[in-house]
Design a protein around this ligand. Structure first.
Ligand code: ADE
Length: 254
């Protein structure tokens, strides 16, 4: 996969993209990142990438010309990859929310171009005529799209085949299959009087799998009842959820 990022602060990406799993993915040739400074595509003496808003009001708006020129120049230089599956994504709090499912969809693309907005916003024509998708990483406002672009990149790249090693499985993790992950423990077996659940040291893999599944269901019901509705539960598992609700009502004295 190729990922191009368009930003006014390209230096922000050096740390996250130069370490850990993202770096390994680059070293393995699974992904390549190109970070572009939008200011390199300005032509006035002050290299201005923003301007006052038509109609007045506080705050500056990112100008359309440098952003269009940056993206279109890179696309024109790209050769045949342009014919492959590509998406031009504007990071904005107004976009569709990044979910595990959205990350899985994005992981199917050959080329992602991420535009980081700044200031009060971007000229609407970028949204209308350049971006093919708009993504928000959550219902809060960041100072710019850079951190959001890093979050999207991280969530997508770790899904690419070969990126996670055998010890970093994608199976059973939170949000895959609509459930949160079960609790994990490692050595020591007793830490400050707190013991690892006995079942996990029993060696009985069938029972351990059952326990983990049950814990996932209980956790999701307690912490994220909103996502539990989307999980595929068999009738026995639905009973666990029903029992939890009854228990809750009883605790409340209803
Ligand atoms: N830019 C500012 N806030 C954002 C958010 N929540 N998601 C994506 N881009 C943003």
């Amino acid at each position: 996969m190729r990922i191009d990022i368009f930003s006014l602060f390209p230096e922000m990406f050096a740390g996250p993209f130069g370490s850990s799993i993202l770096k390994r993915a680059v070293d393995q040739g699974i992904v390549n990142f190109n970070i572009h400074n939008i200011r390199d595509y300005t032509h006035d003496k002050h290299h201005s990438a923003d301007d006052y808003a038509y109609g007045g009001g506080a705050g500056m708006v990112m100008k359309p010309e440098p952003v269009f020129e940056a993206v279109e120049t890179v696309q024109a230089q790209a050769g045949d990859i342009i014919n492959r599956k590509c998406s031009v994504i504007l990071l904005t709090p107004q976009g569709r929310k990044l979910t595990q499912q959205a990350a899985e969809e994005l992981a199917k693309y050959d080329w992602l171009l991420l535009i980081c907005g700044h200031y009060e916003g971007v000229d609407e024509r970028i949204r209308e005529h350049l971006a093919t998708d708009e993504i928000s990483i959550g219902d809060y406002v960041l100072t710019g799209g850079e951190l959001a672009a890093m979050v999207v990149t991280d969530a997508v790249v770790r899904l690419l085949p070969g990126v996670l090693g055998s010890g970093e499985s994608l199976i059973n993790e939170s949000h895959t299959g609509g459930l949160l992950e079960y609790p994990h423990y490692t050595r020591p077996e007793v830490f400050r009087d707190w013991s690892v659940p006995e079942i996990l040291t029993s060696g009985n893999h069938g029972e351990i799998a059952k326990w983990r599944r049950r814990q996932s269901i209980i956790r999701t019901a307690q912490r994220r009842p909103d996502i539990l509705k989307m999980a595929e539960l068999n009738s026995k598992e639905q009973e666990i959820v029903a029992d939890l609700s009854t228990q809750k009502l009883e605790e409340k004295g209803v």
